[in-house]
Design a protein around this ligand. Structure first.
Ligand code: FES
Length: 152
């Protein structure tokens, strides 16, 4: 049907009507996910493709190659109208405490725990030891503080 967009998010089907001007053509995938779904893991950071806070996995059937192609996109730069027929995966789609974690969750957690636990660090070295796990935002301060609390 040409009057609606149909796509999936984490296995859930979404239909967005195009008739009656209900969809602003400038609506981004990020805006749709944040304000019209329960998938809030997608964040607005820079809003211009630079920070990765809004990245989602997009899966799309390629009729020429006759296979589904997967690629990551910055949802802040992806127009909602361009995802018709696509399947989108956010981090909620990778797993949860209820549904079971994805191996990548466990790998990241193990990496952080090992970095924190294996260095019987002096207080001043605690932050350096987990530097590879720190991003540019300020949300990791409590983790750094927790590591320091175990330092000698
Ligand atoms: Fe920063 Fe999309 S919000 S890349």
């Amino acid at each position: 049907n040409n009057n609606k967009l149909v796509f999936g998010v984490n296995g859930e089907r979404f239909e967005v009507s195009l008739s009656g001007g209900t969809v602003d053509p400038s609506t981004t995938l990020l805006q749709f996910l944040r304000y019209q779904t329960r998938f809030k893991s997608v964040k607005l950071g820079c809003g211009e493709g630079g920070c990765g806070a809004c990245v989602v996995l997009l899966s799309k059937y390629d009729p020429v190659l006759d296979r589904v192609e997967d690629f990551t996109v910055s949802s802040c730069l992806t127009l909602l109208c361009s995802v018709n027929g696509c399947s989108i995966t956010t981090t909620e789609g990778l797993g949860s405490s209820k549904a079971g974690f994805h191996p990548i969750h466990q790998g990241l957690l193990a990496s952080m725990l090992l970095n924190a636990a294996f260095v019987h660090l002096a207080f001043s070295e605690a932050e350096k030891a987990i530097a590879g796990n720190l991003c540019r935002c300020t949300g990791y301060r409590p983790i750094a503080d927790a590591c320091k609390s175990f330092a000698a």
